[in-house]
Ligand binder design. Structure first.
Ligand code: GTP
Ligand code: MG
Length: 195
């Protein structure tokens, strides 16, 4: 999709605030600082539309981005950030779980993992959870520009093995810096929108 118009329509914490337009939705999940906002910006051809920061845990609400009046990207706050209180973490968990398990418009989830490391326990738990709810998943291993090209295959195998990854889910290597993988992410999204 060639994107020209994007608008942040809603920062929601509860279902009453979700948009009512009915467009298909693609959610982005992953630990704090993994690069969800950066991926969003690459997909919509903007430098800094979705807020990126070196400060983990910045995104606290479900942010719905209206893309070309055709779909929403839902930027989900990052998990695994140690500095938030337990109470806040529980609140966060409920908000995400409610959204991901009850939203009919949700067509798929892009689950980001750090391409440099084995997935964390939180990454594994998230993937198992998405599988349990039978939500189509695209695993995106990001920051791959920081991994030497000769090690890309090894990174892919390690991530797939650690997650116990299986079809029909998809896997891609990505970099927000070089935009590697951008077209393939879009292809996956467009296929998901047709379902
Ligand atoms: P939260 O909103 O806190 O959950 O973080 P996020 O997942 O949205 O991460 P964000 O996109 O803000 O990126 C975090 C940091 O990683 C920023 O400094 C980005 O510039 C950097 N970053 C993201 N993607 C890439 C990438 O593909 N390559 C490199 N080298 N840096 C990246
Ligand atoms: Mg973010």
């Amino acid at each position: 999709m060639e994107v020209h118009n994007v608008e942040l329509v809603m920062s929601a914490v509860a279902p009453a605030q979700y948009p009512t337009t009915g467009y298909p939705e693609i959610a982005l999940v992953g630990r704090s600082n993994v690069g969800k906002s950066s991926l969003t910006n690459v997909l919509i051809n903007r430098k800094s539309y979705a807020r990126t920061s070196s400060q983990p845990g910045k995104t606290q609400t479900l942010n719905f981005y209206n893309v070309e009046d055709q779909l929403y990207f839902v930027d989900v706050p990052g998990y695994g950030y140690a500095k938030v209180s337990r109470r806040e973490r529980e609140k966060w968990g409920k908000m995400i779980e409610t959204y991901l398990s009850t939203r009919p418009q949700l067509k798929g989830v892009i689950s980001l993992v750090d391409g440099r490391h084995a997935p964390s326990d939180d990454d594994i738990a998230m993937y198992n959870w998405l599988r349990y709810y039978e939500i189509p998943v695209l695993i995106v291993a990001t920051k791959i520009d920081k991994v030497a090209r000769g090690k890309w295959n090894k990174s892919e195998s390690l991530i797939k093995k650690t997650l116990n990854f299986s079809e029909p889910d998809k896997f891609l290597l990505f970099s927000a810096q070089t935009k590697m993988g951008k077209d393939q992410v879009w292809q996956w999204i467009e296929r998901r929108m047709e379902d």
